[in-house]
Design a binder for this molecule. Structure first.
Ligand SMILES: Nc1ncnc2c1ncn2[C@@H]1O[C@H](COP(=O)(O)OP(=O)(O)OP(=O)(O)O)[C@@H](O)[C@H]1O
Ligand SMILES: [Mg+2]
Length: 254
């Protein structure tokens, strides 16, 4: 089945007179890994916050797993997993207490979840669940956040720059896990500035610039959009977002 997991129609967000997300349409299938790329301030995080129900769109409709965000926000939140760009985790709790808190909030069956926590902590080399989160480094908190989301086995995963702060090993493990989950039918929507991740992992890539989705497709399809014959995603990205003048900029700085 090729069910649509993430659907957005004319998604728009205005902050005052400023349009951060401008009429974006998304149609992402079950089991797809979709990479959402764009320069700083392009509207990626704002889009994710709307798609995950933490920010109300100014205009447009969202449907996740066939459920309408305006009617079934809670059901959607129960079914999805979100790894935000700046995870807010309670500094006064120990890692284990935070996981217990998530288990309680989502009313998960502890006996089902504990083996998954074991697997994930061992995969990510997390041996600090008994320590206070306030004493964690950024990467350590990020790994805890990932475990708290992945242990729930959500059907749709939204990850905003998930590899920031992760070391090479943890980053590789995460990539392998996301591939495995996608093969099992999980839909993955991720933003990243690491173009290599998008290039290697994503089935489709969407490029957002100034709030507008300016290009979308597989890497192969995006290559056809290049007027310059670019083949690497970095060159394509810079061409499509009108940032090809980096050489001139560096020269001007010397
Ligand atoms: N709450 C807000 N109030 C006003 N403007 C906002 C708000 N949130 C975001 N913006 C603006 O919306 C635009 C898009 O921001 P967003 O965080 O979505 O960008 P991004 O693509 O995630 O960038 P980055 O790659 O730096 O994470 C930016 O110009 C930002 O200043
Ligand atoms: Mg962002």
């Amino acid at each position: 089945m090729n069910d649509i997991s993430i659907l957005a129609k004319n998604l728009t967000k205005k902050f005052g007179n400023y349009t951060a997300v401008d009429n974006v349409n998304l149609n992402i299938k079950e089991g797809e890994i979709y990479g959402f790329l764009g320069p700083n301030g392009a509207g990626k995080t704002t889009s994710i916050r709307m798609l995950t129900g933490t920010l109300t769109p100014t205009e447009g409709e969202i449907s996740i797993l066939g459920l309408s965000m305006s009617k079934s926000e809670l059901d959607i939140k129960r079914a999805i997993g979100v790894v935000p760009d700046e995870p807010k985790i309670y500094e006064g709790l120990r890692g284990r207490e935070f996981l217990d808190f998530v288990i309680g909030v989502y009313r998960l069956e502890k006996n089902d979840v504990l083996p998954r926590i074991e697997e994930l902590t061992s995969a990510f080399d997390v041996d600090y669940l008994e320590d206070y989160i306030g004493d964690y480094s950024h990467g350590m908190s990020q790994k805890l956040m990932l475990i708290s989301v992945l242990m729930r086995q959500p059907k749709v995963l939204f990850l905003d720059e998930p590899t920031v702060g992760l070391d090479a090993r943890a980053s590789r493990i995460l990539k392998e896990l996301l591939n495995k989950y996608a093969e099992e039918g999980c839909t993955v929507f991720l933003t990243t500035h690491v173009l290599e991740i998008a290039e290697k992992m994503c089935h489709r890539i969407g490029i957002i610039d100034d709030g507008r989705l300016i290009a979308e497709g597989s890497l192969e399809e995006l290559r056809h959009l290049s007027h310059e014959g670019h083949t690497s995603l970095e060159d394509l990205f810079l061409e499509l977002t009108g940032n090809e003048d980096v050489g001139d900029v560096v020269e001007a700085l010397q």
